[in-house]
Design a protein around this ligand. Sequence first.
Ligand SMILES: [Zn+2]
Length: 346
Amino acid sequence: MSSSSSSKDDVQRNRIISSKLYFDVSVSKVPLIYSESYDIAFLGLEKLHPFDSSKWGRICRFLTSFGVLDKKCIVEPLEASKDDLLVVHSESYLSSLKESSNVARITEVAPVALVPNFLVQQKVLFPFRKQVGGTILAAKLAKERGWAINVGGGFHHCSAENGGGFCAYADISLCIHFAFVRLNVSRVMIIDLDAHQGNGHEMDFANDRRVYILDMYNPGIYPLDYEARNYINQKVEVKSGTLTEEYLQKLDEALEVARHRFDPELIVYNAGTDILEGDPLGRLQISPEGVALRDEKVFRFAREKNIPIIMLTSGGYMKSSAKVIADSIVNLSKKCLIEIKGSPNA
Ligand SMILES: [Zn+2]
């Protein structure tokens, strides 16, 4: 290793060690991470994107209204600071976000280009940085409790140098680098079941043998990143129109292969719900019950071998997604794969 790359590693290591994002969470809390500041509401501009940008809050409101989750038990993360983001991103990439036109391109909301950058920072990038803080903290909580869910995050199209597809920060790459240093983890499996290919983490962990990537995606839609596809360890392509039964069968087979190929110490599960039938972007035909079964299979895979798992909600572009995710979390709890009823004395 050259001296310049080892000093770069030292800088990265110091940034991770001095970060405030890992903090102690009381046992009275449930490892479900959310902040009201996740939700993006911005002069109605959010309505121009097909993304339901209040999805994250709606998931939590469903869970509390079902009586399965006490609001007091939710963990609120900190915002990822510039130093935290520099663990993966370059100065020049972060500077590019100071131009609203770049944020407009990444979020695919053209009028954002006309908005003064301080407002874009406050209304769009700050919510994203809170979600990044949530993804990073999730790994620590999963290591302590066996599992954690960030009711947000999963920005799998963003890599160190490139944002896109509504993803401005590489939360998955950041989370894994923090886990390497702070949790003494050296083998991580990413199970990316969002309908889109996870090209961001694929570019960031290209040829990094500490990370095993299982990506199940529709090959005919965005991002069509053929270079990043070379870095997927286990590729499962599901074409437009794939139905629930075929999808779940392919998932079973894929998990069986993954089980024999790699022995992870942490699983990062990117659980996008844009595989749902009717989703205009994902173009798959998976029923709501199919989504719950999918999540159940992945949690079973992790919990059977006691591998800490974090779940990120990622893509899912319809109003119905929030309820589907909440129902799936309730199902995980019913199947005793997670425990979301906080202690009654909390
Ligand atoms: Zn997606």
